[in-house]
Design a protein around this ligand. Sequence first.
Ligand code: BG6
Length: 522
Amino acid sequence: MNDPTRAAGGKDAKTAARAIEPITSGKPVGPCTVVIFGAGGDLTKRKLIPAIYNLQRENLLSNEFAVVGFARAPMADDGYREKLDAEIKKFATSEVTGEQWKWLRERIYYCQADFNEPGAFEKLGETLKKVDAERGTRGNVLFYLATAPEFFGDVVRKLQAAKLTQQTGGFRRVIVEKPFGRDLDSARALNKELLGLLEENQIYRIDHYLGKETVQNIMVFRFANGIFEPIWNRRYVDHVQITVAETVGVETRGDYYDKSGALRDMVPNHIFQLISLVGMEPPISFDADSVRDEQAKVLRALQPMTPEEVLQRTVRGQYGEGMVCNKKVASYRREPKVAPDSRTETYVAMKLNIDNWRWTGVPFYLRVGKAMAKRFTEIAITFKRPPFTLFRDTPIDRLTPNQLVINVQPDEGISLGFGAKVPGATVRLGGVQMDFRYADQFGSTPSTGYERLLYDAMAGDATLFQRADMVEAGWKVVAPVLDVWNSLPPRTFPNYAAGSAGPREADELLAKDQRAWRAIDG
Ligand code: BG6
C-alpha cells in the first residue's frame, strides 16, 4: 500500500505526500467480455488472470464484466474456476481476498473447444450469448490471442467467418501477443492477413514493455517537465546505452527460443519501443495516433545497416556453462529442447544510429542477454563533457560524465550523476548521484505489467499498442542483421560464460568508439 508519510529517502513527508497525489484518476471501463485463447497456458495463469484481478481490486472493471477461457482441455466452468483458484494464489501480485476473488471468479466461464475443429467458433458464439445474457456485457468483446503465433491468423479468420468480429452490437477487438512475425516478410503477411479481416482500430498488438510503469514514465518525464527537453538532443547527448540483462536462461522455452534467438525475441519489439520513446519528438497530443506517429518516425529514422556495418556494429553471443547467482548453470546447448550444436544467439549487442535532426551522430548502443551476471533493464543517457578550461588542473577527464539513468527494472527509478566538489581546502571533484526510487516515493505497486494494457484495450485506447507500420519499421532494421548472420554462422559459440557480463567482443564494440558499457556486476 502507498504510505503518504514516506518520503524520498524518508526525509520530507510533505513533499512525498504532494507527489503521490494522482493528477488523473482511473474510472471503471465499460461492460466487456474478455475471451482468452490459450486459457490453459502460462501467460494466462501468470499474467492475465492476476492482472484482471488487480484491475478488479482497483475498482477499474465494470460490474458487467466477464472472462471466457477458450481451450481444448475438457472442463466445465466450475473445473476452470477451481484450476484458477489454485493458480491465482500462486501468481497473484496482490493479496487474494475471498470476497474480491469471489466477485471475479463467478464472472469467469470456460468454452471447451479445439479451434481446428468445425463448429468450435459457433460454440464460442453461443457461450458469448449466454455470458452476455447473464452478465450484461452488451456485446462488447475483447479477444486475447495468448496462443502460439502460428495460430494468430487462423483464429482471427475463424472468428470472422463465425461473424464474431462484427461490431454491430458492441465493440470487437483483438489483442495479438508477440512475436508479431519472425522477419519482415512474415510480419507484413500477418499484417496483411489481419487487416483483411479487421479494421486497424480493432487490432491491439501488445508489447508488454509498454505496460511497465517506468516505460510509460519516459514520456511523462520528458514532456511533463520543462528542464530535460532542451538538452535531449545531439548537442548535449554523447550517446545512449540500453541494457536488458536477464539472469534466467531459456527455462522451458527452448523450443521457441532456439528458433527465435535474442535478436528476434527482444530487439524489434521491446528494445525498439524503448528507443522510440527516448528518441521521439513531443507529440501534438496524447491521442493514440499522435503518439504513435512520433514513435514510428523514430523507427523509420533508424538506419538499416549495410552488410559491412552488420559485421562491425553487431555482436552476438551464446552462453556456455557458468555460475549465475551462485548456482551452476549448464550451457545453452544443453538446455531442454535446444539443438546440441545450436547456433542461436542468447546475447546481442549493437550500435544503431537515428538519422534525424535531433539524433544524428549520437550512437544508441543496445545489449540484451540471457544468463547474465545480474538482472536489470536500464536506459542510460550520457551527456557530453563540459569544456575543460575551468578545471584544467583537476582530473575531470577521469570523472564519469553526467549520466541520466532510467532504471526500468527491477529497482525502478531515475538517477542523475554529476560532479561535485569534494569538501576540503583544494578543488577536487567527485562523482555524486541524485536518485528517485519509485518504491520510496510511491510505495510498491502490485502489478503484473498487463493491467494498464488490458484496461486500455477495453477502453479502446491504442496508444500503448503497436501499429502495423511500427512493427514493419522495426523488422526493416533487423532484417539486414538477420541476413548477414544467417549467411555467416558464428565461429565461436559459446562465447560467454553464464553469469558473466557477456562476450568480450561487446566491450570491443564500444572500445572502438572510446566508450565503455556501464558495469554489470553480479
Ligand atoms: C519476453 C521474451 O517477451 O520478454 C523473454 O520472450 C524475456 O525471453 C521477457 O525473458 C523479458 O520480459 P521482462 O518483463 O522480464 O523484462
